[in-house]
Design a protein around this ligand. Structure first.
Ligand code: DC
Length: 228
């Protein structure tokens, strides 16, 4: 059966990665978390005390320490720069609060988009991010734009943190999510927005299973049409 490209975009903590991973597994497709790539570059920039005025240096760091993905014994995705495992480091506060300036740098985006497209040509893919449907894979057969209220997204992240034993202030989380939404949507290059041909789905009050089912059904419809 022919495979398709599934682009899942949306704001911070809209559940994109969780559902994208499940769908990729169910369809036996590659999963690519593009947010992890912007986070990896942010990690490198911070490690080397670089700022938005050091784009050339950040790019050469990326050449020296290429981003790579792997898997642990449990099948969970690992993220590396060079041979350093940064899976957990890229989720830390400092990276989260600096990723917006890094992802607003056009030369960095160009480099990462190029890598993302190269990964996508290998076959069926589920890619999640902010500009997948608009810029990275404009020809994707299925584009979904997931949204949810700031309150719901903050609460989801709050619960996740609680499970991991990370102390978190819910109100602060709401402010940070709203600020990241604002920065991601108003930046000059590839701002967060739904592609004209994307299906927007509001996940407020919808379970992960509900979102997975919705997207899987759409994907199956497309695959069925293609095989007829
Ligand atoms: O999905 P995430 O929260 O891990 O993404 C981290 C940041 O990376 C997000 O605030 C904006 C940026 N990003 C982007 O600009 N383009 C993408 N395709 C993916 C993420």
């Amino acid at each position: 059966m022919k495979s398709i490209q599934i682009a899942i975009d949306g704001p911070a903590s809209s559940g994109k990665s969780t559902v994208a991973k499940i769908i990729a597994k169910a369809f036996d497709y590659t999963y690519l978390d593009t947010g992890a790539m912007y986070r990896a570059v942010t990690y490198l920039a911070l490690r080397h005390q670089l700022t938005q005025d050091d784009t050339a240096e950040i790019l050469s760091l990326l050449e020296e320490h290429p981003i790579a993905f792997g898997r642990n014994k449990e099948g969970e995705q690992l993220v590396f720069v060079g041979d350093v495992d940064i899976t957990h480091a890229i989720r830390e506060h400092q990276v989260t609060n600096n990723v917006s300036w890094v992802s607003a740098l056009a030369p960095i985006r160009e480099k990462l988009v190029d890598l993302q497209r190269k990964i996508a040509v290998q076959g069926g893919i589920v890619m999640d991010g902010r500009d997948i449907g608009t810029v990275v894979l404009p020809e994707a057969e299925l584009k979904v734009f997931l949204v949810a209220s700031v309150e719901e997204r903050a609460l989801r992240r709050f619960r996740e943190n609680q499970e991991k034993g990370i102390p978190t202030d819910l109100e602060r989380l709401k402010e940070e999510i709203a600020l990241r939404d604002y920065k991601d949507s108003t930046r000059a290059v590839s701002p967060l927005k739904a592609a004209d041909d994307a299906i927007t789905f509001d996940t407020t009050g919808v379970s992960i299973e509900g979102v997975v089912e919705f997207i899987s059904e759409k994907a199956k419809e497309i695959l069925d049409k293609q095989s007829n």
